[in-house]
Design a binder for this molecule. Structure first.
Ligand code: NDP
Length: 256
């Protein structure tokens, strides 16, 4: 296996691992050799995925985790450490969207988006950094945090102001945290995906509007669930030792 895809010896935690991109990445990371903790609120789903990883010979644990709660995040990291060892690699992937005109969205919807997509990433990264530093990341240089942002951070669109603003927020948060922890041996990078068919986008791409959207992209196709694997595994690997504070777009040219 190439060094860029080798996660042997790494202890990873991924948030939002009960469905979509997170569920897929958890399996890809386990295949790459990592011990993986899957965090999400729906533990009946993460438990199934963890058990399929274990059946395939990997090491995986499902933990309840609500990224909007610091206590829940701390408990998830503690459980991960007790079962699999100190976490040295984190993918902050949990996210939600609420579409609608800004003036139509209820305060509760706006809070859900910002609390999950922005505060949730910050709380996850903080817990990760504390554990990494305590385990000696400054000396080992092995700390890795990958934030899943979105190309909406660079675009303007109808109906996703809060989502796009939260994703623009985590893009800069990633750079800030990279700066804050650069001497602590922790690398923080952001991946900004284009559209991928998951629960988050629902069946919108089967509607007339969705089909028209796909046809407006240069390659006239939506990306598959494995589109982010290479970039996320690279950022998590030893090969990315000199890469921190960067943002990379993986969108099949959708935003061009
Ligand atoms: P899904 O809806 O399939 O997955 C979202 C995940 O986030 C679920 O596992 C959900 O788990 C978890 N989640 C939501 N709220 C919380 C919470 N409070 N605490 C813990 N976990 C939570 O969507 P995707 O797989 O598409 O999205 C994954 C990431 O990718 C998101 O950050 C999204 O913004 C981003 N993204 C997706 C794109 C796409 O086109 N699909 C494009 C660009 C970015 P549970 O409900 O069990 O807690």
């Amino acid at each position: 296996m190439s060094k860029t895809h080798n996660l042997d010896g790494r202890t990873c935690l991924i948030t939002g691992a009960s469905s979509g991109i997170g569920a897929h990445l958890a399996q890809a990371m386990a295949k790459a050799g990592a011990r993986v903790t899957l965090g999400a609120r729906r533990t009946e789903l993460t438990e199934q995925i963890a058990s399929s990883i274990r059946e395939a010979g990997g090491e995986a644990l499902a933990v309840p985790m609500d990224v909007t709660s610091e206590a829940s995040v701390a408990e998830a990291f503690e459980r991960a450490e007790q079962a699999l060892g100190p976490v040295d690699t984190v993918v902050a992937n949990a996210g939600v969207s609420r579409y609608g005109r800004s003036t139509d969205l209820a305060e509760a919807d706006l809070r859900q988006v910002y609390d999950t997509n922005l505060l949730g990433v910050h709380l996850t990264a903080n817990a990760a950094a504390r554990m990494m530093m305590a385990a000696g990341s400054r000396k080992s240089g092995r700390g890795r945090i990958v934030i899943i942002g979105s190309i909406t951070a660079q675009l303007t669109g109808q109906g996703d102001a809060a989502y796009a603003a939260s994703k623009a927020g985590v893009d800069h948060l990633g750079r800030q945290l990279a700066r804050e922890w650069v001497r602590q041996g922790i690398n923080v990078n952001v991946v900004q995906p284009g559209y991928i068919r998951t629960e988050l986008v629902g069946d919108w791409f089967d509607s007339e509007g969705g089909k028209a959207q796909i046809n407006s992209w240069h390659r006239r196709r939506i990306m598959g669930i494995d589109a982010l694997d290479d970039m996320v595994l690279y950022f998590c690997s030893d090969a990315a030792g000199h890469v921190t504070g960067s943002t990379i777009t993986v969108d099949d040219g959708q935003s061009l």
